[in-house]
Design a protein around this ligand. Structure first.
Ligand code: AP5
Ligand code: MG
Length: 223
């Protein structure tokens, strides 16, 4: 399966992508994590893009594509979290997949209101080692990561002004992208304000259905 998770900041893309990656043994590709790693390691690319990240604005397409395309080509199947974010990125993704006769199976858009976004991102804590995401309402005992034991930190871009900027950036670029995937017939919506378990079940139902369709199409082509 090649799945894209869309949705505004805090809609649960990272939370769900991690669960799906584990359940389906799919590679989880988070552009936000890749970008943050480059910035934290102070690579030359990281130095070029840190101001975009800190302002809550999109990093230029050329840089994101350079960071990402090798990873996409290397993985037969994957879950994309945070990419594409605009029409140009979506077209580039299709072009790269098309070179190897591949295509996306599903695009899932997680819906959430602005009030819930602010609550979630104000209280989000992230593991400093493995990147697992938590919320202050629901921290593991000892307030350290339950997977690797490392300390938790608050993302720099999770302050109220930057969160608002990120929401606006999302609104400015999302509509052409939604329209593009709607026309392809692969766009689905899931209510992101349900519990993480319910959201996960909703996504799994869509994936199982799509898997069955792919099996059927393959069988018909062979017979
Ligand atoms: P990125 O890191 O992708 O940030 P984002 O899109 O703003 O999304 P978030 O990671 O904030 O939220 P999420 O949807 O993953 O929610 P999460 O699961 O953590 O990108 C950061 C920056 O990188 C961008 O601003 C841009 O600068 C740059 N960038 C990235 N991709 C780019 C691209 N393609 N092009 C250009 N620039 C790019 O959940 C949030 C909180 O809610 C957590 O506390 C979690 O525990 C909680 N939660 C999750 N689900 C639920 C639920 N169902 N119920 C209750 N709480 C929940
Ligand atoms: Mg995320």
């Amino acid at each position: 399966m090649r799945v894209v998770l869309l949705g505004p900041p805090g809609s649960g893309k990272g939370t769900q992508a991690e669960k799906l990656g584990n359940r389906l043994n799919l590679f989880h590709i988070s552009t936000g994590d890749i970008i943050r790693e480059a910035v934290n390691k102070r690579t030359s690319v990281g130095e070029q893009i840190k101001d975009f990240l800190n302002r809550g604005e999109l990093v230029p397409d050329s840089v994101v594509l350079k960071l990402l395309m090798g990873i996409i080509k290397k993985n037969e199947e994957f879950i994309l979290d945070g990419f594409p974010r605009n029409l140009q990125q979506a077209k580039q993704l299709d072009a790269v997949l098309g070179e190897e006769n591949k295509e996306l199976d599903l695009v899932i858009n997680l819906k959430i209101d602005e009030g819930a976004i602010l609550h979630r991102l104000n209280g989000r804590l992230t593991c400093s080692q493995c990147g697992k995401v938590y919320h202050i309402d629901n921290l593991p005992s000892g307030k350290r990561c339950e997977l690797c034991g490392a300390s938790l930190y608050q993302r720099k871009d999770d302050n109220i002004d930057i969160i608002k900027r990120r929401i606006n950036v999302y609104k400015e670029s999302i509509f052409p992208l939604i329209e593009y995937y709607r026309k392809k017939g692969i766009l689905h919506y899931i209510q992101g304000e349900m519990s993480p378990e319910k959201v996960f079940r909703g996504i799994m139902t869509l994936i199982e259905k799509r898997k069955n369709e792919v099996m059927e199409e393959t069988w018909l082509r062979k017979n």
